[in-house]
Design a protein around this ligand. Structure first.
Ligand code: NAD
Length: 477
């Protein structure tokens, strides 16, 4: 049932040349799913050489042909969404419904970029000189090193692979070693769709060793990473030594500003849906709830009812609302944040504990009256916890919402168009959701400001990330 794991180098699925590797663990059962081979240094060098050779082939392949291959791969991923979704649930823990949806979104991303790659238009600029033509040509930036985390094993690699390949770049992808099967399955789809060898290489290993080998290589011209701020800064420093382009999708700590004019039950239901998706392990998860004092009590009550009514269990069980956390690190981290918030005076209205003695389960947790000095109010929680505070002054709540170094996503709930406009203009984030939490689509730009990173994935911006502009001025001889 679980995907057969392998490296993919120079167009071949293969084990690592030195036999090293690790076991992939099912977070719901703590059982070993499969052995994941690690790439040795010589495997990485082979991937680099292959990506360099393939870049020459792929950049000269017509945009039409590139589009055909990406579209076909998207079609294959969509056909296999149920099977790939099971692999995803087994390795990451999210519910099967969320997993299958994520795989379908990944297919959508491949097909959207299949189309968009055919529209990587340059432009003609009116010339100052007679007999001269001034052209801007869009060219692929070069071979890409891409690093993705464990929380969205389908969508995050898909964004990077599809953007890079649609732009004419070759790519070496290192997905998370904790959730490798989904990326292997998508790579098989690209292989079967006819991707020329070396255009995509898939490697696994010790993350720091792989990134420190790939990023300084003269072959690599672009680095893209999704993950924590600390690692993002480290990889940016490595890339800076070679003046390599970077896209950094880092952590967030999304404020949710609830006004007094909302339908409280509806707002709490929508916000709780966003909060507990993937057990809160989402970089755009709503994480700091600022609720107007007039509706605060009712909002906390409704949110608590929803959280306490959720069924936890193995994500493969279709009656389950929330799966386990993806690894034991998160359970320890969330438990420590909740203990700290309690000691600061927060009131746990539901949850606040590990569940069972097998699997990495933590209860959906709501905390009322969480003071600003509680760690979870300024550290990214990345788990199923919803800390709440009430507010009465709009300027003060905006100051709190914008007061951290994070700047990825923010949300607001109001029935007033004027307030919606004002709050979305004042929030210092790359993404704002007003009255709903769906802020990521293939065709829309996704990215943060401040320490949440820079650059975009998704939308036309996600293709621009893999292109450079060359200016050519040509005079009649
Ligand atoms: P971590 O910082 O150890 O790792 C984050 C990701 O970076 C993992 O996928 C890991 O494999 C990779 N990584 C780590 N060191 C690397 C290196 N030197 N080179 C290349 N890749 C490297 O943390 P973690 O325990 O896996 O995750 C916890 C934190 O990471 C969360 O609290 C959250 O802030 C952040 N995170 C963010 C996202 C996101 O979507 N932005 C996703 C997952 C995790």
């Amino acid at each position: 049932m679980y995907e057969e794991l392998a490296l993919y180098i120079d167009g071949e699925f293969r084990p690592g040349s030195e036999g090293a590797g690790e076991h992939v663990i099912n977070p719901a059962t703590e059982e070993e799913l499969a052995f994941l081979p690690h790439a040795s240094k010589s495997d990485l060098d082979r991937a680099l050489a292959s990506a360099a050779d393939a870049f020459k082939v792929w950049r000269d392949t017509s945009a039409y042909e590139r589009s055909r291959i990406l579209w076909t791969a998207g079609e294959l991923i969509r056909e296999r969404a149920d099977a790939i979704g099971r692999t995803l649930t087994m390795e990451e823990g999210k519910t099967l419904a969320e997993a299958v949806l994520e795989v379908n979104v990944a297919a959508d991303i491949f097909q959207w970029y299949a189309e968009e790659g055919r529209r990587a238009y340059g432009r003609l600029i009116p010339s100052r000189l007679p007999g001269t033509r001034q052209m801007v040509i869009r060219e692929p930036v070069g071979p890409v090193a891409a690093f993705t985390p464990w929380n969205f094993p389908a969508v995050t690699p898909a964004r990077k692979m599809a953007g890079a390949l649609a732009g004419g770049c070759s790519c070496i992808l290192k997905p998370s070693e904790e959730t490798p099967g989904t990326a292997v399955a998508m790579t098989r789809a690209l292989h079967e769709a006819g991707l020329p060898k070396g255009v995509l290489n898939l490697v696994f290993g010790v993350p720091a060793e792989v990134s420190e080998h790939l990023i300084p290589s003269p072959v690599i011209r672009k680095v893209t990473f999704t993950g924590s701020i600390a690692v993002g800064k480290h990889l940016t420093r490595l890339a800076a030594d070679g003046m390599k382009r970077t896209t950094m999708e880092l952590g967030g700590h999304a404020p949710v500003v609830v006004f007094d004019d909302v339908d409280v039950d509806k707002a709490a239901t929508v916000a709780a849906g966003g909060k507990f998706r993937n057990a809160g392990q989402v970089c755009v998860s709503p994480t700091r709830f600022f609720v107007h004092e007039k509706v605060y009590g009712k909002f906390v009550k409704k949110f608590t009812e929803i959280a306490s009514g959720m069924k936890l269990g193995d994500g493969l069980d279709t009656s389950v609302d929330m799966g386990p956390l993806a690894n034991n690190r998160r359970v320890d981290a969330i438990d420590a944040l909740v203990t700290n918030a309690r000691s600061c005076g927060a009131d746990v209205t539901t949850g606040g504990e590990r569940i069972g003695n097998q699997g990495y389960f933590y209860s959906p947790t709501v905390l009322a009256d969480v003071p600003d000095n509680a760690r979870m109010m300024y550290e990214e929680p990345f788990g199923p916890v919803a800390p709440m505070q009430s507010w009465s002054d709009f300027d003060e709540v905006m100051e709190k919402a914008n007061g951290l170094e994070f700047g990825l996503a923010a949300y607001a709930f109001t029935s007033s168009t004027q307030r919606a406009t004002e709050v979305s203009e004042r929030l210092e984030t790359g993404l704002v959701g007003v009255n709903h939490c769906a802020i990521s689509f293939a065709e829309t730009p996704f990215g943060g400001v401040k320490e949440s990173g820079y650059g975009h994935e998704g939308g036309t911006e996600g293709l621009d990330a893999y292109l450079t502009s060359k200016f050519v001025t040509q005079m009649n001889a």
